[in-house]
Design a protein around this ligand. Sequence first.
Ligand code: NAD
Length: 484
Amino acid sequence: MNPLDFDTSQVFIGGVWRRGASGQTLPLVDPSDGSSLAEIARGTPEDVDAAVQAAQGALDGSWGALTATERGRVLMKMSALVLDQADELARLEALDVGKPLRQGRADAVALARYLEFYGGAADKVMGQTIPFAHGYTAFSLREPHGVTAHIVPWNYPMQIIGRSVGAALAMGNACVLKPAEEACLTALAFARIAQLAGLPAGALNVVTGLGEEAGAALAAHPGVRHISFTGSVAVGTLIQAAAARNAAPVTLELGGKSPQIVFADADLEAALPFLVNAGIQNAGQTCSAASRILVERSVFDAVVAGMAERYRALRVGPALTDPDVGPVISKRQQEVVEGYLALARDSGLHIAAQAHLPADLPALGCYVAPTLLADVNPAHRLAQEEIFGPVQAVIPFDDEADALAIANGTPYGLVAGVWTRDGSRALRLAKKLQCGQVFVNNYGAGGGIELPFGGVKHSGHGREKGFEALYGFSVLKTVAIKHD
Ligand code: NAD
């Protein structure tokens, strides 16, 4: 079965779809039932080199010749086409990632919104005039890096492509995109959309393939002048080391063990859906998943009971049936999550609730029962390590200082949520929490693409999303002219 109306086993280089240099392919598997979905090209270092050269050619040619306004218009056209095809893109993501249809559609709408936002912003990024010595005029220019690499994971392909490729194109860079080997279909569909919208050849190139092969070649390529990487801490470290050899700047968006902190004075009914959704959305495979729920002791039992009720009502099933929770991405990921659940049982952790897995789920699907663990010691591995599955640990705390120490007490620092009616406390915590985003009385702000996003500590560095990304995807040049 080929779910696209074109050959998925090709790379997209210099505006041309073609076989990869090796002629080899890799299988894509539908995690909902284990069936074979399509073949993708196994890109090689040779393909990566051709893609970098094509990107450089676009910068030296028709793409580099466009004005910022013209670049913005192309992005706007891409945005409109993505919206037109949102249902089809959601279907591809359901097949490829196991993402429930509603979530896939929301990702497609977010991709369109990124392209719209960055299309509109393309001609609104300005340098400054700088007050300087008599007889001089000094000013700064914002210029593209040149060829940018975009190495993305499988969990939110469309959103991550939107926020990194969208911003990079807006600033006039030419992109080489390496999607994850587990999920490539929407990246390939995105390239088709770019072509249809009239994006000049070479401005966007897509090389599918293995991380350690195509990904590593891209990260190490001397022609790449900026790398945007979203993925695991382990691979992020390799990417940064490779980039260092070429003195290329890197944006790293890595994992997390993000907390939501619930105080006794919070509106608990308002909080409950956010507490659960932020743990089970995309089967827990979200970098900013709230995998730790910290609850003030006096309302601990009430919050656990409220969350447990919601867990028991969760519908788990194949992505195309649009369940609350679909499969995880692969058998390998299923084994990882089940390993953590076995550890929870072996350590005698209290399982407060587990969603029901229907008996008629496809036998080869990668399903994991969403699991709520209560009263977890903050030092336990289940409360420290990123599981990347639908598992949440609820942890009691005594007071604000205790909550802060637990919240900051992991190697990660991506996102945090605070639920309280005490405005002073919310502000104090917003300043003291070690992370890149804090949400008060909500979590995620609906994905707000306008809100700069990124981590501290092992969650990475650099910011994507919002206007801030446009600074990251450009270089500041200073000009000082002596005229008197
Ligand atoms: P991963 O690091 O294994 O893979 C991510 C990408 O890197 C893929 O495209 C892969 O092919 C590529 N890659 C793998 N090895 C490589 C190498 N040696 N050189 C170059 N590229 C290589 O991560 P994953 O398992 O796909 O994704 C899960 C992780 O990503 C989790 O830790 C999650 O938290 C993180 N993540 C973070 C964010 C964020 O914005 N902070 C978003 C999504 C996922």
